[in-house]
Design a protein around this ligand. Structure first.
Ligand SMILES: [Zn+2]
Ligand SMILES: [Zn+2]
Length: 327
């Protein structure tokens, strides 16, 4: 009996360990200007071989960078053959896409890779699906690589629009997700709560603050996350900080600054049990917009401003293109 208990305990420990870690690979981290380095992150959990792509602003240049940095240790030329390692990651390791909204900087990489991509599902909102069909997959901007819309449908991508707020299985990635809407100037954006078993990770598309957007969408997202924070099930958040604090409010275009993100994180902390509730929580910062002004280093300024105002005590993480982390 004791032996059986010991085996059961060991198995429970093992399965907890197997499902415990999210792995994130950054394919693109900037919020503009650098067309080879725009928002896209791969995520997987535990023993599943396939990744979910969180947005697809840049794919192949990011995969090349990640291979060069050793962020796909499981990929060798022998394993990839007859494909290149880059082609193998694109076709065989990306199992599905989540597109947070229809802006070009979040899907240009998918459009450009589409002719050589394998068949796979896209998960997105109805609004973004309409943008894809009407403005991109229309045989004018680009051939129709989707399974719906006008003209010949090439069918590479199966566009899925799960109801907001309802859990959906994300292709064969072993992950589930819940999509909630976000407010992004005059565009609809969205976030995805990724879960596997007990573990959760929150990916935010572009968003403004509730105060500036006159919205309650971020508050609703924090209400979804707060119980997960309290149960220590939320392994991390990935969210934008596009501009430094000196960006005028009327030129935020539906984005966040360090001050705005910090005040939103304090809202999450308040819902999660108050002061100290977020201490050590990994918060991955994405979508920093580079500056073309001589002498300005936007990523350094934003990092300094976030660290200086870090009253919630979160663990800010600034991934570079090609980096891999586990959470
Ligand atoms: Zn963007
Ligand atoms: Zn956008």
């Amino acid at each position: 009996m004791r032996g059986i208990r010991a085996v059961a305990a060991a198995l429970a420990l093992w399965s907890a360990a197997a499902a415990a870690e999210f792995e994130v690979v950054a394919l693109g981290v900037r919020g503009g200007l650098e067309e080879g380095n725009l928002s896209s992150y791969l995520i997987r959990n535990g023993d599943n071989s396939r990744y979910l792509a969180l947005d697809a602003g840049t794919l192949l240049p990011g995969i090349a960078q990640a291979l060069a940095k050793g962020s796909f240790p499981q990929v060798t030329p022998e394993k990839a053959a007859p494909l290149t390692p880059q082609g193998y990651v694109l076709r065989e390791l990306i199992g599905a896409y989540f597109l947070s909204h229809g802006h070009l900087d979040h899907l240009a990489g998918l459009l450009l890779a589409a002719p050589d991509d394998s068949r796979k599902p896209i998960y997105t909102t109805t609004d973004t699906a309409n943008t894809l069909r009407t403005h991109y997959f229309n045989w004018k901007s680009w051939p129709n690589f989707s399974d719906s819309g006008n003209g010949t449908r090439l069918g590479t991508y199966r566009i899925n629009t799960p109801p907001l707020g309802q859990r959906v299985t994300l292709g064969d990635t072993g992950l589930s997700g819940v999509i909630l809407p976000l407010s992004h100037d005059n565009s609809a954006s969205s976030m995805l709560l990724v879960t596997r078993g007990e573990e959760a990770f929150a990916y935010f598309g572009d968003t403004g603050s509730d105060a500036n957007e006159k919205s309650k969408h971020l508050r609703a997202a924090w209400q979804l996350l707060a119980p997960l924070v309290q149960a220590h099930r939320l392994k991390g958040i990935l969210i934008e900080t596009s501009y430094a604090n000196d960006q005028p409010t009327d030129r935020l275009y539906g984005h966040l600054t360090p001050a705005l993100l910090l005040s939103e994180l304090e809202n999450l902390a308040a819902l999660s049990g108050g002061e100290g509730a977020l201490r050590g929580l990994p918060v991955l910062i994405s979508h920093i917009k580079p500056s073309l002004q001589a002498g300005r280093d936007a990523p350094a300024e934003i990092r300094q401003q976030l660290e200086a105002g870090n009253r919630p005590g979160v663990n800010f993480i600034f991934m570079q293109q090609g980096d891999r982390i586990t959470l």
